[in-house]
Design a protein around this ligand. Structure first.
Ligand code: HEC
Length: 119
Protein backbone atom coordinates (compact mmCIF):
# COMPACT_ATOMS: atom_id res chain seq x y z
CA UNK A 1 0.00 0.00 0.00
CA UNK A 2 2.79 2.38 0.92
CA UNK A 3 4.32 1.78 -2.50
CA UNK A 4 1.07 2.57 -4.25
CA UNK A 5 0.64 5.78 -2.23
CA UNK A 6 4.21 6.86 -2.93
CA UNK A 7 3.85 6.01 -6.60
CA UNK A 8 0.62 7.95 -6.81
CA UNK A 9 2.10 10.98 -5.06
CA UNK A 10 5.19 10.90 -7.26
CA UNK A 11 3.10 10.46 -10.36
CA UNK A 12 0.98 13.44 -9.40
CA UNK A 13 3.99 15.54 -8.54
CA UNK A 14 5.16 15.07 -12.10
CA UNK A 15 1.91 15.38 -14.00
CA UNK A 16 -0.34 17.27 -11.58
CA UNK A 17 -3.17 16.36 -13.89
CA UNK A 18 -6.73 15.43 -13.15
CA UNK A 19 -6.11 11.85 -14.06
CA UNK A 20 -3.11 9.72 -13.25
CA UNK A 21 -2.68 5.95 -12.89
CA UNK A 22 -6.44 5.69 -13.22
CA UNK A 23 -7.10 7.95 -10.21
CA UNK A 24 -9.66 10.69 -10.75
CA UNK A 25 -8.71 13.82 -8.79
CA UNK A 26 -11.92 15.58 -9.79
CA UNK A 27 -13.89 12.84 -8.07
CA UNK A 28 -11.47 13.13 -5.14
CA UNK A 29 -12.30 16.82 -4.86
CA UNK A 30 -16.00 15.98 -4.50
CA UNK A 31 -15.18 13.39 -1.82
CA UNK A 32 -13.01 15.92 0.03
CA UNK A 33 -16.08 18.15 0.40
CA UNK A 34 -18.59 15.36 1.06
CA UNK A 35 -20.13 14.95 4.53
CA UNK A 36 -21.21 11.41 3.62
CA UNK A 37 -17.75 10.07 2.75
CA UNK A 38 -17.39 6.74 4.58
CA UNK A 39 -20.97 7.14 5.76
CA UNK A 40 -20.02 10.24 7.77
CA UNK A 41 -22.57 11.35 10.36
CA UNK A 42 -21.02 14.45 11.96
CA UNK A 43 -21.92 16.80 9.10
CA UNK A 44 -18.23 17.69 8.73
CA UNK A 45 -16.14 17.27 5.60
CA UNK A 46 -12.39 17.17 5.06
CA UNK A 47 -12.67 20.78 3.92
CA UNK A 48 -14.28 21.86 7.20
CA UNK A 49 -10.98 21.45 9.02
CA UNK A 50 -8.41 21.53 6.23
CA UNK A 51 -9.61 24.57 4.27
CA UNK A 52 -6.66 26.49 2.79
CA UNK A 53 -4.46 23.49 3.57
CA UNK A 54 -4.60 23.87 7.36
CA UNK A 55 -2.58 21.08 9.11
CA UNK A 56 -1.04 20.10 5.74
CA UNK A 57 2.46 20.70 4.44
CA UNK A 58 4.40 19.28 1.47
CA UNK A 59 5.73 16.61 3.89
CA UNK A 60 2.17 15.40 4.41
CA UNK A 61 2.50 13.31 1.24
CA UNK A 62 5.73 11.60 2.20
CA UNK A 63 5.92 11.14 5.97
CA UNK A 64 7.11 7.77 7.23
CA UNK A 65 4.95 8.17 10.32
CA UNK A 66 2.03 10.48 11.10
CA UNK A 67 0.91 11.83 14.44
CA UNK A 68 -2.76 12.71 14.26
CA UNK A 69 -4.38 14.21 17.34
CA UNK A 70 -1.66 12.52 19.37
CA UNK A 71 -2.11 9.10 17.70
CA UNK A 72 0.66 7.52 15.64
CA UNK A 73 -0.60 6.39 12.21
CA UNK A 74 1.59 4.52 9.73
CA UNK A 75 0.31 5.59 6.30
CA UNK A 76 -1.41 8.44 4.51
CA UNK A 77 -4.41 6.23 3.74
CA UNK A 78 -4.48 5.34 7.44
CA UNK A 79 -4.62 9.04 8.34
CA UNK A 80 -7.47 9.63 5.91
CA UNK A 81 -9.39 6.79 7.54
CA UNK A 82 -8.53 8.10 10.99
CA UNK A 83 -10.03 11.48 10.07
CA UNK A 84 -13.07 9.78 8.51
CA UNK A 85 -13.68 7.78 11.68
CA UNK A 86 -12.92 10.44 14.28
CA UNK A 87 -13.91 13.68 12.53
CA UNK A 88 -16.62 12.64 10.04
CA UNK A 89 -17.78 9.89 12.39
CA UNK A 90 -18.03 7.43 9.54
CA UNK A 91 -16.31 4.16 8.72
CA UNK A 92 -12.92 3.90 7.08
CA UNK A 93 -12.91 3.28 3.33
CA UNK A 94 -10.87 0.56 1.57
CA UNK A 95 -7.21 1.59 1.57
CA UNK A 96 -6.71 0.30 -1.99
CA UNK A 97 -10.13 1.27 -3.27
CA UNK A 98 -11.08 3.77 -5.96
CA UNK A 99 -12.43 6.33 -3.47
CA UNK A 100 -9.15 6.33 -1.54
CA UNK A 101 -7.07 6.59 -4.73
CA UNK A 102 -9.19 9.46 -6.04
CA UNK A 103 -9.05 11.24 -2.67
CA UNK A 104 -5.26 10.87 -2.42
CA UNK A 105 -4.89 12.10 -6.01
CA UNK A 106 -6.83 15.25 -5.13
CA UNK A 107 -4.99 15.63 -1.82
CA UNK A 108 -1.67 15.82 -3.67
CA UNK A 109 -2.97 18.62 -5.90
CA UNK A 110 -4.71 20.41 -3.02
CA UNK A 111 -1.59 20.39 -0.82
CA UNK A 112 0.64 21.72 -3.57
CA UNK A 113 -1.87 24.44 -4.43
CA UNK A 114 -2.08 25.53 -0.79
CA UNK A 115 1.64 25.44 -0.06
CA UNK A 116 2.47 27.84 -2.85
CA UNK A 117 4.36 25.20 -4.81
CA UNK A 118 3.99 25.13 -8.59
CA UNK A 119 1.30 22.65 -9.53
C1 HEC B 1 -12.69 17.89 12.81
C2 HEC B 1 -11.58 18.34 12.01
C3 HEC B 1 -11.04 17.43 10.92
C4 HEC B 1 -11.70 16.90 9.85
C5 HEC B 1 -13.17 17.05 9.52
C6 HEC B 1 -10.71 16.18 9.07
N1 HEC B 1 -9.49 16.28 9.65
FE1 HEC B 1 -7.70 15.61 8.92
N2 HEC B 1 -6.76 16.27 10.54
C7 HEC B 1 -7.34 16.96 11.60
C8 HEC B 1 -6.36 17.19 12.62
C9 HEC B 1 -6.59 17.92 13.94
C10 HEC B 1 -5.16 16.61 12.14
C11 HEC B 1 -3.83 16.47 12.86
C12 HEC B 1 -3.14 17.70 13.09
C13 HEC B 1 -2.12 17.41 14.13
O1 HEC B 1 -2.37 16.60 15.03
O2 HEC B 1 -1.03 17.99 14.00
C14 HEC B 1 -5.44 16.07 10.82
C15 HEC B 1 -4.49 15.48 10.02
C16 HEC B 1 -4.71 15.08 8.73
C17 HEC B 1 -3.68 14.63 7.82
C18 HEC B 1 -2.18 14.49 8.13
C19 HEC B 1 -1.44 15.82 7.97
C20 HEC B 1 0.02 15.68 8.31
O3 HEC B 1 0.84 16.28 7.61
O4 HEC B 1 0.37 14.97 9.26
C21 HEC B 1 -4.32 14.29 6.66
C22 HEC B 1 -3.67 13.77 5.38
C23 HEC B 1 -5.73 14.55 6.85
N3 HEC B 1 -5.93 15.03 8.10
C24 HEC B 1 -6.70 14.32 5.89
C25 HEC B 1 -8.06 14.47 6.12
C26 HEC B 1 -9.08 14.05 5.20
C27 HEC B 1 -8.84 13.41 3.85
C28 HEC B 1 -10.28 14.36 5.76
C29 HEC B 1 -11.67 14.04 5.24
C30 HEC B 1 -11.98 12.63 5.18
C31 HEC B 1 -10.01 14.99 7.05
N4 HEC B 1 -8.65 15.02 7.24
C32 HEC B 1 -10.99 15.49 7.90
C33 HEC B 1 -8.64 17.37 11.68
C34 HEC B 1 -9.63 17.04 10.79
Amino acid sequence: MKTITTLLAACLAVFAAGNCLGADARHGKLLFASPTLGGGTSGKTCLTCHEHGRDFSPETLSRKQYLVMGNPVASLAGVVNFCIEVALRGEGIAENGKEMNDLLAYLAIFIKANSGEPQ
